[in-house]
Design a protein around this ligand. Structure first.
Ligand code: CU
Length: 451
């Protein structure tokens, strides 16, 4: 594995909102690297975007990052070079930014950070990565070993009645997780950059690569409760689904009485600070899109049987790719044959040729359409650096669950409206967070001019 300071996941940073911390980064691995502070609205020069905000730090080289944290929440940092390799291989860690004004809503006494990832192994080793370009370039690399905080068997102990706050971060290259804890009740509290405007009970928590979610979970009865990833696998040829459940860990709930039982668990609180903050943007919710993106792909030179298979008109295209249902074809496809594309609907420009330019302080609606008729459609978790956005509508329907985000999943065939709060000047990457997709071209840069 690769590691930060010998640890995978890397050390967790814990700072107060408004603080700036400095990181002296020395590259001790065998390939160029940069560090990106995912979700943190840092100064552009310290964003760690290779070729955009800095040149990659060569092996043996160094760079000092000043990481200013204006927003409270759960963030993460990772190497931004060859993400198809460095994400599964361990170059990630959490940043927790404590709010300066604590929420009026009570938090449970206990909290845990859960970093979700996966690793693709054969009997004795990690399956090799592509040298010059990623392999598994179609759906991305789905691991066959699921990890929580780098461990295959996560463990937690609790007392009956305990409410535990879990802060989840998905650092997997391609996998979207759907997490639940037996029948334990779960309340959704926060996501990427702070609290939801209103808490909501959820049966499970779906989390795409790059996203964070905070949930309160109540463990009512004594016993052993499995933490599971519960998804639907798909046979692409026949369009047949099958249930797929993986146990990622266990919570041992003892019969002793909880010392921390939270009486307010059943209450769904409003977060007045978030509501006030978002209220300023409501006037823009219904405006026409300022810019539109289409997500698609271009594929060439794959073996003929693979091309024939993928061109079958009746091949089933699921809105979400939960697992790798066609791994042989996926493995053989590399970033040389597959090009993933963000296309500006108006100009037709693609990826780094998209030259969007806005003024600092503008509020921009970007409509993203994930084209289901492309050669190989797939869900894409889109991530914007250095700014924040609201998902205001999905397929024309207003989204009632408002929270500030930096990453949002765009299912196949869906149209998603993002409202961007462009408060931070600089040139910021907008890209798919699937490691194999960004390394196969699926990125653009947005220029925000200082006002
Ligand atoms: Cu993608």
């Amino acid at each position: 594995m690769y590691a930060f300071n010998g640890e995978a996941p890397g050390p967790r940073f814990r700072v107060k909102q408004g603080a700036t911390f400095y990181v002296r980064f020395k590259n001790g691995i065998d390939q160029p690297a940069t560090i990106h502070w995912h979700g943190v609205r840092v100064k552009n020069a310290f964003d760690g975007s290779p070729g955009v905000t800095q040149s990659a730090v060569t092996p043996g080289g160094a760079f000092v990052y000043a990481v200013h944290c204006p927003d409270a929440g759960v963030f993460w940092y990772h190497d931004h070079m060859r993400e198809d390799i460095v994400l599964p291989m361990g170059l990630y860690g959490n940043i927790y930014v404590e709010p300066t004004t604590p929420s009026a809503n009570p938090a449970p006494a206990r909290s845990e950070f859960l970093i979700l990832s996966d690793l693709l192994l054969d009997t004795d080793s990690v399956i090799a990565y592509g040298k010059d370009a990623p392999n598994f370039a179609l759906m991305g690399r789905f691991g066959n070993l699921l990890l929580v905080n780098g461990e295959p068997r996560w463990r937690l102990t609790a007392a009956a009645g305990d409410v535990v706050r879990l802060m989840l971060t998905n650092v997997a290259s391609a996998r979207t997780f759907n997490i639940s804890f037996g029948n334990a009740q779960m309340k959704l509290i926060a996501s990427d950059l702070g609290a939801f405007s209103r808490e909501v009970m959820v049966p499970s928590i779906m989390i795409a690569p790059g996203e964070r979610y905070t949930v309160d979970v109540r463990f009512d009865k004594p016993g052993t409760i499995a933490m599971v990833n519960s998804v639907q696998s798909i046979d692409h040829f026949f369009g047949v689904f099958s249930a797929d459940v993986d146990t990622m860990g266990y919570v041992a709930v003892s019969g002793r009485t909880s010392a921390t039982a939270s009486a307010s668990f059943a209450t769904l609180h409003d977060d007045s600070a978030t509501i006030r903050d978002i209220a300023r943007f409501r006037q823009y919710f219904a405006k026409a899109p300022d810019a539109e993106l289409v997500l698609t792909t271009a594929i060439r030179d794959l073996p003929i049987p693979v091309m024939q298979f993928m061109s079958v008109d009746t091949m089933y295209r699921p809105p979400l790719e939960w697992s790798d249902g066609m791994s042989d074809m996926n493995w053989v496809a590399t970033g040389k044959e597959v090009r993933w594309i963000l296309r500006d609907k108006k100009s037709g420009a693609e990826n780094m040729n998209i030259a969007w330019r806005f003024k600092q302080g503008s509020v921009i609606k970007v409509r993203i359409f994930n084209d289901p008729s492309s050669m190989h459609p797939m869900n894409h978790p889109m991530h914007l650096h250095g700014e924040r956005f609201l998902v205001v509508a999905r397929d024309g329907k207003p989204n009632p669950y408002l929270v500030w985000k930096d990453t949002a999943i765009i299912p196949v065939g869906s149209t998603v409206d993002l409202l961007l709060d462009l408060s931070n000047p600089g040139t910021w990457m907008l890209h798919c967070h699937i490691g194999e997709h960004i390394e196969s071209g699926m990125m653009a840069a947005i220029k925000v001019d200082a006002s």
